[in-house]
Structures are given as structure tokens and as C-alpha cells.
Design a protein around this ligand. Sequence first.
Ligand code: NAD
Length: 443
Amino acid sequence: MRIAMIGAGYVGLVSGACLADFGHDVVCIDRDPAKIAALEAGRMPIYEPGLEALVADNVRQGRLSFGTTLKEAVAEANAVFIAVGTPSRRGDGFADLSFVYDAAREIAGALSGYTVVVTKSTVPVGTGDEVERIVRECAPRADFAVVSNPEFLREGAAIGDFKRPDRIVVGTEDPRAEAVMREVYRPLYLNASPILVTGRRTAELTKYAANAFLAAKITFINEMADLCEAVGADVQAVARGIGLDGRIGTKFLHAGPGYGGSCFPKDTLALAKTAQDHGMPLRIVETVVAVNDQRKRAMARKVIRACGGSVRGKTVALLGLTFKPDTDDMREAPSLAIAAGLQDAGAKVRAYDPEGMEQARPLLPTVAFADDAYSCAAEADAIVIVTEWNAFRGLDLERLRRVMRTPVMVDLRNIYDPNAALRHGFVYQGVGRSSGGVSAPVS
Ligand SMILES: NC(=O)c1ccc[n+]([C@@H]2O[C@H](COP(=O)([O-])OP(=O)(O)OC[C@H]3O[C@@H](n4cnc5c(N)ncnc54)[C@H](O)[C@@H]3O)[C@@H](O)[C@H]2O)c1
């Protein structure tokens, strides 16, 4: 199979590299020349574990290449994947589909022979119909089908997710297109990954429904954590107590500072807008969006309370900036709202992240950046664990306390045992872990 991947971002690059690894010939196209130049020089434009080796391997074997113009790659392709961004549109929060429609127009001008145009970007219901209309309008004689094939990979575990997905959703009613898609994913079918073939609109909605459900699950346990703090219960035990029920499941029940990232915030918002437009408002999803938005800034207030009610003139050290570990993605990261809330309250904010600082710097221009966790904590009045990078799980608490001015630890990911923190002389505050969440050090 010959595949053209339009958009070489987190999804396009990972999907392209994995499809090449399955044995297909893949060309990844991106309109950003710097990204393509970096890839051609063997440098990854994003941080994703295992990606550099996978890309290098497939480039070496001649199955993966890169370019900025799609004409040749599309003309030769059996399947053209659209994996461009669909960010929130400024103003109303609906998905901005301009990148998808631009790509559709460009693809239309290059089609040759029967081609399946596959929307891998997350797009609202009906986008496939519009992509089809655009391609038909621009290339009336082209032989093509438009298929929805939403992507469910997680940043940080993207290669494993792509190669061993829980399911592959293919939205098409065209048997020829279905056959091409089955060929694209044949290596996974042999691994027994289920392929669900549905209508195109159903496939588009399935992606949003999945993300909205997961966002609701996180938001549910976050609200439960707040109640735990108020009543003196432990959210970790509650999560385990409910999660062991097979109908609920243990995943996505970790209380924290609220979900962020490039998907959940924009996708929940876009789904809520779609539903409103169809006169079928999704109240649960709307509430999830509102609760999560408020939660990020509320985390700054939590830090202020842990610091005795004021952070004016104090230094707060943030450990972790990315929206989750093992990525450099800063989109909608809770750290952004937390840093702003603390600075608004008069704190000096210093931060360290193992992979995200390059992306974070322009977003946090008044934050100071440190080279490691200990220099970040030096002379600080509080440290806040914002992202649960593995590197933060085993910090030398003795050393950490010694370098700090005041030993306050706000652990927004519950990665430390409160008793261990107390034994090392910290004032410890987790999320939903004890009455008020605050524990004083053992004297
Ligand atoms: N990031 C994730 O974890 C994830 C997971 C599942 C689904 N998705 C969805 O996949 C889509 C892509 O997300 P992403 O995170 O990879 O975005 P991204 O911003 O990292 O990458 C998009 C890329 O597309 C390029 N591009 C835009 N228009 C183009 C055009 N006309 N021709 C060529 N290149 C073009 C951009 O330069 C950019 O490099 C989104 O719809 C997103 O919702 C993302």
C-alpha cells in the first residue's frame, strides 16, 4: 500500500511511522518547512518515547519519507490520511476545520486513480460529507471515497497505542474503501485488534463520545476528591473501591488538577457545540467542561492555602509543566492556569519539566526555568508537583527539604505517600486524601 499522510504532528508522524513499520510505503507531508527539515535531518519535532528510533529505522529501510508538497505523494497513494490540527475556533469553541478543508482542496488537485481520502483528524459529525463535497467540487472526475478513521492514541504511549489499539473504527459505506482500509490495517487484524466498520457519521461521533466519556470520568473523580477532602475520606481508596467493579474500571480514576492537553478540552467543547446546534444539548458534557475549567485555577488557590493563605513575595516551584508525562505537549496544560493564578497572587514562580520547557517558555514568559528538580526547589517556599513524570516519583526528600526555604509540598498527582513526606518534615497536601488535604509535619 502507498500512503500519504497530510500533517506530520503528534498523530500524523506517529501514524505515518507506524504504518511504514507495518510495511507500507508512507510519505508524511507537512506545510511547516522547519518540521520537515528537522525530520529529514533525523531530528524529531516532538518528544514521543520510541519515535526517533522508529522513524530512523523506517527511513533507513526506504519505507518512510517526508515532504512539504503533497502532489506526487497523493497522486501515487492508495490512501491519503488527513491528520492536520482541529483546534478550538476562536470565539465559539467549535472545531476550526479550516486546516482540514484546506487539505481536502489540496488533495483534490492531486488525485489520480482510485484513492481513499481518510479523515484521521478529530472532526465533528458531518465533516466527512463536507470533505467529500469539496473534493468533488474541485475534482469532478476524480475516483475517490472519503472515510472517517478517528485516532485514539495517547501522547506518551502513542506508538504502543497505534500498534496495539483496543479497536480501529472505520466509517464508510463504500465496500471498495472498506477493502482498502482493511488492507491498511491488515497487520493489526492479524494481531486480533477489532475493526469496527460503521457509517461515516457514526465513526466521527464515536471519537467525540469516547473523549467526552473519559473527560467525564476524570472530572467525576476530581469532584469526588474535593468531597473527600471536605468529609475526611481518601479518594485513592474510593477510586480503588469503585474501580475494581468491572462495570467501572480502574483507569482514568486518578484525581488531579483537571484534564488538559490537545484533545479533551477542545473535543468536549466541540461536542457540546455540535449537540447545541442540533437542539440536543449534552448537559453532562457541558458541566464537565465548566467544572474542569474552574478546577485548574482552583489549584492555584489550593497552593495558596497550603502556604498559609498568601504567596505574596514567596517563591513557588512547579515540578512538571506538560499536561501529562512523557510528552512535550503544553496545549491547555493545567500548569498554565496554575502559574498565572500564583503570579496574580504575588508569587514568584520557578519551574522545571524534563521535556516540556522549550514549548513552555513562550507560554510562560514571566516564569523562571530551572535545570532540574532540586535547583527548581532551591530557596522555594513551596513545591507543587503538577505533572507526574517518573523523575519526580523518587526525589530525595531529605535533600529537597534542605534546599527549600519552607518545606511545603503540594502534590497534585498524589505520587507521594503523605506519611513519607511528613517524616521528612514536609507540610504535605495531596488531592482528596485527608481532611482538608493538609497534613502537618511530625515533630
Ligand atoms: N495529539 C493527540 O494525542 C491526538 C490523539 C488523537 C487524535 N488527535 C487529533 O488528530 C489531529 C491532529 O492532532 P495533532 O496533535 O497531531 O496536531 P499537530 O498540531 O501536532 O499537527 C498538525 C500538523 O498538521 C500540519 N498541517 C496543517 N495543515 C496542513 C496542510 N494543509 N498540509 C500539510 N500539513 C498541514 C501542521 O503544520 C502540523 O504540523 C487533531 O484533529 C487532533 O484532535 C490528536
